[in-house]
Design a protein around this ligand. Sequence first.
Ligand code: ADP
Ligand code: MG
Length: 475
Amino acid sequence: MALQVWDDVFRDEKLVADLAAVVKDTALLQGVLMRTKSEPNSSEVVNYAPFTLLPSPVPQNLYEQAKAVQKDFNQLVDAVSQDLVFLEQALGSAIKVDDFTAKLFDIYKQVLHEGVAQSVCLGINRSDYMFDLGTDGTVSLKQIEINTIAASFGGLASRIPAVHRHILHLLDKYDDVSRLPDNNPSKGIAEGISKAWELYGSERAVVMFVVEDVQRNIFDHRCVENELWSRSIHVIRRRFEDVIERASLDEKRRLFMDDQEVAVVYYRHGYMPHNYSQQNWQARLLMERSRAVKCPDIATHLTGAKKVQQELARPGVLERWFPSDPETVRRIRATFAGLYSFDMGEEGDQTVALATANPDRFVLKPQREGGGNNIYGEEIRVVLEGIKDKPERSSYILMDRIRPQPVRNCLLRSGMPLKLSENISELGMFGVYVRNGKKMVLNECAGHLLRTKSIEHADGGVAAGVAVLDNPYLV
Ligand code: ADP
Ligand code: MG
């Protein structure tokens, strides 16, 4: 497949420089923004969020495939999150050795023990994929992971199409504009939140975004926030520390923050161990116990664990939730890469042997989110050497390494020189669903996110300063 669609442009250095200057202005105009590293909590001076000079080619059939399977993934995540027996089985070995997962699971058990106070469930997830180039030259869609908490960049992804549309205008490629699919995840995400808010059933109640201290990516949040305000839904932004100090539950377990009733808690934080002090765990527990709709609730958060992903890929497992729906199972399973368990026993021993014999073929993943945690290449051997006979190995999973075909582009980053690089892209699909008791009342694919990074980096997302925002240019 011809993926180097912009080589004519890249041959002309002056053109590239001119385009880059204009397109940065376009990004600022369109609100593709980020606060600066040095002043992450101030909007006095802001930067454009990093993005590609040109949109990256994405095979149209794979884009459509990812879009089509998103509702299935929503169903799956929702079903797994309600399956205590499965979650207990899937996470049992990891919980024993991974303190963070164990703490989350502990909250889950406490909430179940007390009885879940809210029957409305709101899921906002993002399923991420890469395009695997097979040895026979075929390209296939392979899931990297599904993010069930704080899935980000739905806001800025809604703003970036206009930037690349403009650059196609500058190149006089008006006919190609239709190759950039429309995208507005902000709207779909806000629709999910407002549906949950409505079902909560109190007009005065607010939506609370749980945010971190350092708020560089605030504009991404603001896109969703502003959609909610425009629907007459009030939004507040609070940190775990604020919850500890000023939130409480009443006798009906309604959550009050600064005397405002909270209908929906939307976590944009709380997915990494260092987000939690002892007190922050208490704040999380308080919110989970409450009647507010949590996005995600603790069970759905756990469903996004890498270990769960690996267990779902075992033969026959998906059928547990789709016993009479082989087509759904087929669609979901077609996106799975090879995933292998390190649980103690013969199977785990085989995984150790597999990884050690050929580390370049795999990625070693701990139960972590947020980028920069995975282990690649020779380091896989080093890490496994230390834990290969110990239960600690169960805190990892092994995954086939996806090898996309690199594509040339310029990654534009504030303050960095203009440079052509070889890159690979990762396509995310946003899933939004709302369940009321047993009934799914909303199940949508809310749009997409394309992130592109130089092949020099094995890991890391936009927030980590590695990947940049992009648009699929369907080929
Ligand atoms: P995180 O939860 O930290 O985002 P991911 O599983 O998404 O963890 O991995 C982080 C990054 O590592 C991905 O964005 C991707 O660039 C790279 N990566 C992860 N899994 C694979 C894989 N199987 N093959 C190739 N690259 C991968
Ligand atoms: Mg990821």
